[in-house]
Design a protein around this ligand. Structure first.
Ligand SMILES: [Zn+2]
Length: 447
């Protein structure tokens, strides 16, 4: 009885094993395959060695072409013969992925480190050096007439050569873009009253052209409530640069008013002409934004010609309000340029049109408070300044506005740029003077 109890389980066990093997062999569920081992770690199971070698060669050739550098196998794959169920064999795409993601493919490369932290990895030290010098140039944001005297990274930037996984190696252009802008996705911005593209760009540390491109905008006109995508840059390095530049600046002419008893209205005796000066300057910039601006020298290349206005002191009752009246003065010219359409002009023109190019500076005619800054129907982008004592000035058809409602401005401060927004046939400034709630001829107020 004692022996029987031990033997029965053994027999049952043997039967089970034999049955299992028999089923296996008959149904053919197991097959010969190779287990691919890299650095003592099993990676995947493949049909045969040739398939794996062919796939490794294909990935190596593709990656060598991408990074422009030779790739070495960090480890020789080892192949172990195995008998496995068919469904354990990796598919072609799984094999490709495993080869790409494993440490199998390595290459000599150069890593750029910022304050000791790895950022990007590129083909070699020469490429890394080129990226760093290109980065200093593009992050200095110079114009044609400016040259970089000195540009340095604020952080400690180093290049480390070594052997790196191929998957970490980037092409130069991608590496440069990542260092310059960081890895950030665009945010959504809703246009508010008084906004201009220029202001939005400045507040988000980006450029008008970038916002226009990202949103497929054809013009700089914005609608209240319009949604804009804005990609703010978040550079992985900072560049501090010193830049020398030259520019030509306009010297606005001054208007001299003389009085005469022999005339009864205001007459222009001599047209004013702007002068020009060459200004050389030094800028200190951080990531392309000016932090310090120093004028080195100014050379006048053309002297301005005064505008001479004769104002009559003889009283005249035949003058109509639209043609002028006595000179009040007190306002400075918001823009120097010819008057292309006068006040009244036969069809109730409520201001004067001063000729200018898109982008020219529009200056506050006097100090005051900005009461509105934004889109206003046919006026396009417009600024209104309240100077107190019931006197207001308006500046219309601007291409951009540089002030906000509620802001205090001083006489001569640049408040907007000339444009052709709203109902306008070309770039000019439509300038209005309102006193006591009614339109006035601006020429009576301009000094
Ligand atoms: Zn006008």
């Amino acid at each position: 009885m004692k022996h029987k109890k031990v033997i029965i389980p053994i027999i049952i066990g043997l039967v089970c094993i034999l049955t299992y093997l028999a089923v296996d062999i008959v149904s053919g569920q197991k097959t010969n395959a190779v287990e691919v081992v890299i650095n003592n770690k099993p990676l995947f199971i493949a049909q045969d060695k040739a398939q794996v070698e062919k796939e490794v060669a294909r990935v190596v050739a593709r990656e060598e072409k991408r990074i422009g550098n030779q790739i070495t196998l960090a480890y020789q794959p080892q192949y172990h013969m195995v008998l496995v169920p068919r469904d354990e064999i990796a598919s072609q795409s799984e094999i490709t992925k495993a080869i790409e993601e494993s440490l199998l493919l390595k290459t000599s490369a150069a890593q750029i480190r910022v304050n000791g932290q790895p950022t990007v990895c590129v083909a070699d030290a020469a490429t890394a050096n080129q990226i760093l010098s290109d980065l200093k140039v593009c992050m200095s944001n110079c114009t044609e007439n400016e040259k970089i005297v000195k540009a340095d990274f604020v952080e400690k930037v180093e290049i480390e050569e070594g052997i790196f996984p191929v998957r970490e190696v980037m092409v130069a252009a991608d590496a440069l873009a990542l260092l310059e802008t960081g890895d950030v996705s665009p945010i959504e911005y809703t246009v508010k009253p008084g906004d201009s593209l220029w202001m939005i760009a400045r507040n988000h540390d980006t450029r008008v052209a970038n916002i226009m491109a990202l949103n497929n905008l054809k013009t700089e006109d914005l609608q209240l409530g319009q949604k804009l995508l804005i990609s703010c840059s978040n550079p992985l390095v900072s560049v501090e640069s010193v830049i020398e530049g030259k520019k030509t600046e306009v010297i606005p002419y001054t208007t001299r008013v003389t009085t005469s008893k022999s005339v009864s209205s205001t007459q222009v005796k001599q047209n004013g002409q702007n002068g020009e000066k060459q200004v050389s300057y030094v800028l200190t910039k951080k990531n392309g934004r000016v932090t310090e601006n120093k004028v080195l020298a100014e050379v006048i290349t053309r002297k301005p010609v005064d505008r001479i206005v004769v104002t009559g002191t003889r009283s005249s009752y035949t003058m109509t309000a639209s043609r002028g009246g006595s000179h009040v003065g007190g306002l400075s010219w918001p823009l120097s340029g010819g008057i292309t359409s006068g006040y009244g002009a036969g069809r109730g023109h409520t201001g004067i049109d001063i000729d200018g190019d898109t982008g020219d500076s529009i200056r506050a005619a006097a100090g005051g408070t900005v009461t509105s800054a934004g889109r206003n129907g046919t006026y396009g982008l417009m600024v209104t300044i309240d100077h107190g004592n019931g006197l207001k000035t308006r500046y219309a058809h601007c291409s951009s506005i540089l002030v906000k409602a509620g802001q205090e401005v001083s006489r001569g401060q640049v408040i907007a740029r000339v444009g052709s927004t709203g109902r306008s046939t070309g770039s000019h400034l439509h300038f209005e003077v309102i006193s006591g709630g009614s339109f006035q001829n601006p020429l009576r107020y301009l000094d």
